[in-house]
Design a protein around this ligand. Sequence first.
Ligand code: ADP
Length: 450
Amino acid sequence: MTILYAVAFTVLSTIGFLIFYYRIYDVTMGRLDNELLDKSQRYAALAKESGLKGVLPQLADEAKSEDPQEDFYRLFNFKGDILFTTDMSFWGAIDKKDILLKMQNEGLAYFIQSQAFEKRDDKARMITAIIDPDSVLQIGESLEEVDEYLDIFLKLFSILVISLIIVSAIIGWLLARRATIDMQEVTETAEEISSGSYDRRVQVKGRYKEIERLSATFNSMLDRIQSLLHSMKEINDNIAHDLRSPLARIRGIAEMNLLKEKSIEDYKDMAASTIEECDTLIGMINAMLDITEAEAGVNGVEAEEFELVTLIREACELFRPITEEKKINLKTDLPESITFKSDRKKMQRIVMNLLENAIKYTPADGTVAVSAAAQNGEVRIDFEDTGMGISETDLPHIFERFYRCDRSRSQSGVGLGLSLVKAYTESLNGTIQVESTLNQGSRFALRFLC
Ligand code: ADP
C-alpha cells in the first residue's frame, strides 16, 4: 500500500511538474518574443521616419551596448546584401533564404523562431522582420540564460519531489506499520485461540476506529464461541449424568426380567416401563437439542401474526382435566384480543411449560392464574400460582439445564422445561422474570416487545 501511494504520488507530482514547467517555459518565451517584436517595430518606425540613414547608426549604437556573444543584429536587403551585422563569428552562418521564402509565401511581416547553431550548445531566439520595403532586420538573443534558469528550476523541483516522495513514503510506512501492529495483535490472538487459549481477548485500544471495531466484534464473537463451548461442555456433562439414570433403569428392568422366568403380564409391564423410560430419554434429548438450537439461533424465528389470547385459552383448556382432577382453580384474566407477531410454535411451548409447572407444583385446592395484556408496545404474560414456591438458594439456578429443586423431586420432570422457556423467550427477544416465596407461590412474568 505504501509503495502504491508513493508511485501514485510520484506520477501525479511529475505530471504537475511538467505542466508547471511548460507553463513557465511558455511565459518566458512569450516575454522574450515580445521584447524582440518591440525592438523590430521600433526600427520599422525609425525606417519609415528617416530611412536606413536613421536606422543604421541606431543599430550600431544598440549593438555596441550588447555583448556580441549574447545578442546579434543583422540588416540585409532582399537581394541578400548585408547592410549591417554584429560579429557573427560567435554564432556562425544563418541561412536567410529559407526564412525569407517562408515569410514571402505566407505573407508574414516578421517571423520568430528558436535557431540552433553548429558552433554553440545554446540556441538563440531570433526574429526576422521586414522593417521597410527593401530591408530585413534580424535580431537574435541567446537562450543560455533562459536554459540556465529553467535548469535550476528543474533541479530544485526534482530535489523537492524526491524529498517529498521519501518523506511521504516514510510517513506512509509508519502509518501502515501502526495499523498492521494492531492487525498483528488480532492475528496473534486468533492464532493463540486456534491453539486452544479460548479465554484470550484482543486489547481494544482507541488508535484506529476500524481496528477498534474489528477487535470489539472479534471479542464478542469469541465471547459467543466460548459461551457455546461452555454450554456444549455443560450439555455433555449433563448428558453423561442425567441420561445415565434412565438408561440404568431400562437396563435394570431388562436384567430383572432375565433373572427368572416371568408371566406374559410381567413382560408386558416390562415393555411398557421400557417404552416410558425411552420416551423420557427421547423427550430429554429433544428438549436439549431445542434449547441448544434456540441459544445458538440456528433455526431462526418464524414470525407470523397470531391471536395470543386464543393460544393461551387453548393451552388452559388442555390442562383443564388435570386442574379439575387436582382441584386446582385455574383462573384467567385475558383481554378480548392480542394480535402478536412472533414464532407461534415457540410461544406455545413457552406457555405450555410455564402452565404445566404452575399446575404441577401447586397442591390441591390451590390457584393458578394466567393473565396477559398488551400495553405501550409491550406484551406481558404472567403465570401466578399458590404452590410450593422456590427457595432463595434455588431461585438463581432454576433456569439451568437439569436443575430441579430438592422439594420437587417427588413430581415428574427432568429439569429442562425452564431452560427451554428461557432460551425460547430470549430467541423471541423477550425477557422472563420470577418472583417466589417458599410455601406461598410463584409468579413467572414474560415480557415481549410488540
Ligand atoms: P421440571 O419441572 O421438569 O423439574 P423445570 O426446568 O421446568 O423442570 O423447572 C426447574 C425447577 O424449578 C423445578 O424442578 C422446580 O423445582 C422449580 N419450579 C419450576 N416452576 C415452579 C413453580 N411454578 N413453582 C415451584 N417451583 C417451580
